[in-house]
Design a protein around this ligand. Sequence first.
Ligand code: C2O
Length: 553
Amino acid sequence: FGSVADAAIVEHTFHVQNLTITRLCETRVITSINGHLPGPKIEAHEGDTIVVHVINQSPYNISIHWHGMFQRLTPWSDGPDMITQCPIQPGNRYTYRYNVTGQEGTLWWHAHVSYLRATAHGALIIRPRHGVKAYPFTRPDKEETIILGEWWNANVVDVEQEALNSGGAANISDAYTINGKPGDLYNCSEDQTHKLEVESGKIYFLRIINAALNTEFFFKVADHNFTVVAIDAGYTDPYETDTIVIAPGQTVDALMRADADPGRYYLAASPYESTIGLPFANITTRGIVEYVSNVSASSYSDSTPIMPVMPVANDSDTTYRFYTNITGLVRSNSPAVPLQVDEDMLVIYGLGLTPCRPSQTKCNATIGSIAASMNNVSFLFPTKTSLLEAFYKNEPDVYTEDFPEKPPTTFDFTNASAITNIFTAKGTKVKKVKYNSTVQVVLQNTAIIGTENHPIHLHGFNFFVLAQGLGNFNESTAVKKYNLVNPQVRNTIAVPAGGWAVIRFVANNPGIWIMHCHFDVHLPLGLAMAFEVENGPTPNDVVPPPPEDYPTC
Ligand code: C2O
């Protein structure tokens, strides 16, 4: 192992600022970091410390989340708005500071306020510790970051407000993008097509991030296969596939060997949407993989690229296969799956309806307003004090500790007609757990409005994915499927639409940690809850005081 002396401080300054940019023939002002879309790439080694000074020169409140970073004993740097901090207001600044420990691979960072992550996001790459350790797979020749996203002609903050006022579904985006570029299937976008130049025989390390607000993607390159080697910054057993499936929040690291006939090939991402879901424009974003010759200048730039055959949008089989077949790579220092469970939870979640609120001026009173919930609690974000600050100061009346560990009633969760009268109550409820306890959560999708794929993300921890399935969770049959040997390790799980997943984690990080749907359309509707992890027994297991520049409301 490298010694502590090898560890570096990786320091960045993020200016949150307006950027005037043209996509799809529309010129718009968006919120960017340092004037770039995607924003700056952070590159660190395991063991380093990351320090980012965020200076808000934009007209909007902002906070930045380091998606997948453990933030052990640095909960003040986690970033979700009103969970671990009040937002950084226009004209103000805040410095995030945290260690990179025990994870390697690709993560990312994004704004965690309203819909701003649509344009304020970037890659966060963690390489093996300085000096000594190498990748546990064939050494790649070159690496490439591929960020899948969405472009909106409308102002994204307005899109969210409009949906909340009307109590209905939000608008969908106008294009999908690869590294901020829509690609040549969209109007006016031929010159905004991402290009990856490859040399025959070389191995390319693709670091794929899904930064889209509301879209799960299939990703392919025509005539090329992938070897998946990591997901969510945790190594996997090598997994061969020609199709990658990736939900918002997730990352996939895959090796691609340039072993096709030299030429041009499209790399493409198209949406996966389970049968009942958001409406979407079934258009594909694509870029070009172009072989270049190492001897002479490129001779393929005029040939027509070959297009991969994309799965149909509701191809749940391909999705299920990809999500369930990957296993984690067990190494000498990998944490083992804890076998004893201290907190055993069943959390049902999905969309439902709730009566219109007076503030929802455009809400249709007969239909009601769309709400989303976990165990029938629609999460209400506090407005004056962040949950973490309330936890630290023992301040009452900000949240209650009665998040239910089971649903209020049992019904046929994945049969839409089984239940019509389950109304959602709003609340700021947390589940309190002891330091170092093992928490198991069965995540069960419901069909109250209709089943839908939801990527569930937990802050502060990775979790083991023990099993997944369709229909209603049944413990006696599910338990036989539990992988306790080499389960995949993730921070975001795309629970099968109309199905369930069992996750398990050790609550070794005191503080407040949100668990939520990573579709931004569902978060403000309440598809969230939070864990309150108590302080541990020694001074080394206790939430330290907030930094001096900690933003208050
Ligand atoms: Cu990537 Cu709470 O988010």
